[in-house]
Ligand binder design. Sequence first.
Ligand SMILES: NC(=O)c1ccc[n+]([C@@H]2O[C@H](COP(=O)([O-])OP(=O)(O)OC[C@H]3O[C@@H](n4cnc5c(N)ncnc54)[C@H](O)[C@@H]3O)[C@@H](O)[C@H]2O)c1
Length: 344
Amino acid sequence: MSHLKLALIGAGVIGKRHLRAMQSTEGVALVAIADPFPSARETADAHGVPLFSSTAEMLTEVNPDGVIIATPTEHHCEPTLLALESGAHLLVEKPMMATLEECQRTIEKSAATGKHVLVGHHRRYYHLVNQARDIIQQGHLGRLVSVNGLWNVRKPADYYAADWRRKWQAGPILTNLIHEMDLLRYIVGDIHSISAETSNTVLGFEKEDTAALIMRFANGALGTFMLSDQSHSPWSWEQATGENEAFPRSGRNVIQFMGTEGSLEFPNLKLWKSDTGDSCWTNPLTPETLGGELEDAYINQLTHFAAVIKGDEPPRIDAQDATDTLSATLAVYDAAKSGSRVQL
Ligand SMILES: NC(=O)c1ccc[n+]([C@@H]2O[C@H](COP(=O)([O-])OP(=O)(O)OC[C@H]3O[C@@H](n4cnc5c(N)ncnc54)[C@H](O)[C@@H]3O)[C@@H](O)[C@H]2O)c1
């Protein structure tokens, strides 16, 4: 069976993560890298593929079946439109685009070319995330009443040494919270409205240090979320799961889902329900831990991308869905700035 031809645009931190996953994914082969910076030469040589400084030239020369876009977010749009025009299906890193206007152009181009855009919200490929989704969407907690989440880390001072990292676009809402917003949208469903407060009192930069959110989901559940990149705590997805070896694993739960018939701690999937089935505050709740080992979500994502290219599966998160995640994330800024609830 012939392999699907994949090209990578942008061979930086996450681009290399995709290359690592590609080596363990069946049915796909890397055929080229496009990156205008000389540092990409070493990566291309290590993988034995040609390096192009021009995306357009790469697309014409190698005519890939699928393209992974892993450039900085403000440079997602141009290669996305070019690659769709060339007839390739895309896996675009998150946030899908820098603006909602660019998202709209992408949705229109995808429809016009008939080529799929899959967006790199990789957490959707973990089994435990899908288990949590099933527990909630199949009603095992009864009616979902509320959600409470945390993402609290302390980034080092040199993270913000570069000027651009001090701007709002590099703050923890757009960089980190977007993963949480996508996770909540995937597990719980659409977000209807958001209120928020932000603060920058620790570092004093344009970007926020901390955000507090209140959300109403379309299914009627309410949610709260506390985010900070200036608080040293064991409560973040990365520390909870140990997904990335750079962040020591704490193994703590960081989200609680609470329903009329029981509750779920996440990501360890500790399910709290009454043995008698009678959900009342005088009845004891017995915990059951359902979680398992964490797989490599990037391999699962690439395997799915191959199925999308072949037309065997629809994208698990397409351009419209990822636009809705970006829209919900950007609404946090609007809500904090205006001091009023933003409807989505
Ligand atoms: N899914 C995740 O968890 C995750 C994690 C990290 C980054 N990301 C996303 O991935 C994207 C890249 O982030 P990164 O940390 O890898 O950045 P990076 O700076 O490490 O890498 C970007 C690469 O793109 C290249 N590049 C820049 N402009 C280009 C252009 N016009 N055409 C081709 N190549 C170009 C650069 O030379 C560099 O090699 C961002 O959108 C980021 O939000 C996602």
